[in-house]
Design a protein around this ligand. Structure first.
Ligand code: SF4
Length: 447
């Protein structure tokens, strides 16, 4: 009798049983992919969400791929493009190396080496998305109320999503790590857990939440709510006095805040997943401080609670861990200075704004789509080298463009899940493009 693997071989099929999805920082590691070896094509994908399926199939979407290397918009060979990129980096007094959240750890290591060698600035998307979080953590005022996703899945019975809608951003987060899975202390999965959502917008999460609180930014927003909750937890002010304090602010739903806080206080183990709604508001620093203080107050009252930032790009944690390990800082390091890390001085938007960098090497990012317009205009004044599998506005305006294999689909790599767990990304399909790591290594060698 033939074994399963042998039968697949006969049919020219290969099945990968536990592929890791390289789209978001959940890095779901239970994706089953069936491949036709002869056609070098994916035949079937199971367990991935639509984002994941699209990412795996993106290898075949040839209209979105960068086909050949380009210099000033003209097609060329990798050799000539390498020469041009090296000459740009050689001439640069202080280049910017930016992106890195959408590439594997091996490529990130080489990109960092280039930044060190050239005494340039190395920054990642965290500098824009989560900078206030790190600033607060670095102060060391709060103990590190944090846990791995497996611990949260095993223990948490009260789940709060604050300024985050995983249905839109991380579709399998609810089923793999928070609300739905069975855990050691949540044997009946969703039946043993309660979901609370606090958000500016009336999201889809409302339908499955036990409590939903809509934030009105005009009333002090998320920070105000967290501050009221903290006072209720610490019993610093009684409910009557607190109600009196907010009575003129009709938009604050005080009764729901009291009910939610009661639920937080009765949790066996709780988690607040904090999203970009908190970090990207103009009140970001106050929001982060207030939610940290609430988590601290709950823990001091004997309620185990953790705060967990929702990370977006699939390997942003790999970049953070690398930078922390190699430099002691999580993002925005400038190797030309003695004090290499000073948010507001060494971070990407600031060095571009002050015209301190004279060339840019962008890997796995599209700053033209995400940076403010005036920063993009300044970026246009310097030569840009981009390494990316896909066309993007940044690629359109770059001096040198390198097409690369897609990490986790066409190239093997390592990535860190949003809680810092390292996972191996498989090479699923063959392709003619070199990986980001190979292109970066060639640049480093020539430099
Ligand atoms: Fe991929 Fe994220 Fe969807 Fe998981 S949740 S399958 S990692 S896109």
């Amino acid at each position: 009798m033939k074994r399963k693997g042998e039968k697949e071989k006969e049919r020219g099929e290969k099945i990968i049983e536990a592929a890791v999805c390289p789209f978001c920082a959940c890095l779901c590691d239970d994706v089953v992919i069936s491949i036709s070896v002869a056609e070098n094509k994916i035949k079937e994908i199971r367990n991935a969400c639509t984002f994941g399926v699209k990412k795996f199939l993106s290898a075949e979407k040839t209209e979105r791929r960068i086909k050949t290397p380009r210099i000033d918009g003209k097609e060329t060979s990798y050799e000539v493009a390498i020469e041009k990129a090296v000459s740009i980096l050689r001439e640069a007094k202080k280049p910017l190396i930016y992106g890195m959240s959408n590439i594997g750890c091996n490529a990130q290591r080489v990109a960092l080496e280039i930044a060190k060698l050239k005494k340039g600035v190395c920054d990642i998307s965290e500098s824009i998305c989560h900078n206030f979080l790190y600033q607060e953590l670095r102060k060391g005022e709060y103990p590190f109320y944090y846990a791995l996703l497996d611990e949260i899945r095993d223990n948490a019975n009260v789940i709060v999503y604050w300024g985050s809608n995983p249905i839109r951003s991380h579709p399998r987060h609810l089923s793999k790590f928070s609300l739905y899975p069975v855990g050691r202390y949540a044997m009946k999965g969703v039946m043993d857990r309660e979901l609370i959502t606090i958000d500016l917008v009336d999201s889809e999460l409302k339908k499955i939440s036990r409590w939903f609180l809509q934030v009105d930014p005009g009333t002090g927003g998320d920070a105000k709510i967290a501050e009221i909750m903290k006072q209720l937890v610490k019993k610093e002010t009684n409910n009557g006095e607190l109600r009196e304090l907010v009575k003129d602010t009709a938009a604050i739903d005080f009764d729901t805040i009291v009910k939610i806080t009661d639920r937080l206080k009765k949790a066996f183990y709780g988690v607040i997943f904090v999203g970009l709604g908190i970090f990207s508001s103009e009140n970001a620093l106050r929001n982060v401080k207030a939610i940290f203080a609430l988590v601290e107050a709950l823990n001091k009252e004997g309620v185990k609670f953790v705060m967990f930032p929702m990370k977006g790009h699939f390997n942003v944690m790999g970049a953070v861990q690398l930078l922390l390990r190699e430099t002691g800082y999580p993002f925005g390091v400038d190797f030309s200075r003695n004090r290499i890390f000073e948010p507001g001085k060494t971070t990407v938007l600031d060095v571009i704004k002050r015209k301190e960098v004279d060339a840019a090497l962008i890997v796995g990012a599209d700053p033209f789509s995400s940076f403010p317009k005036d920063t993009v205009r300044k970026l246009c004044d310097i030569p840009i080298i981009i390494i990316d599998p896909f066309e993007s506005p940044t690629a359109q305006f770059s001096t040198v463009v390198f097409p690369a294999a897609i990490a986790g689909v066409e190239a093997e790599e390592i990535a860190y899940r949003m809680d810092g767990l390292p996972l191996k990304l498989e090479k699923i399909l063959n392709c003619d493009y070199p990986s980001d790591r190979e292109i970066l290594e060639r640049l480093l060698e020539s430099l």
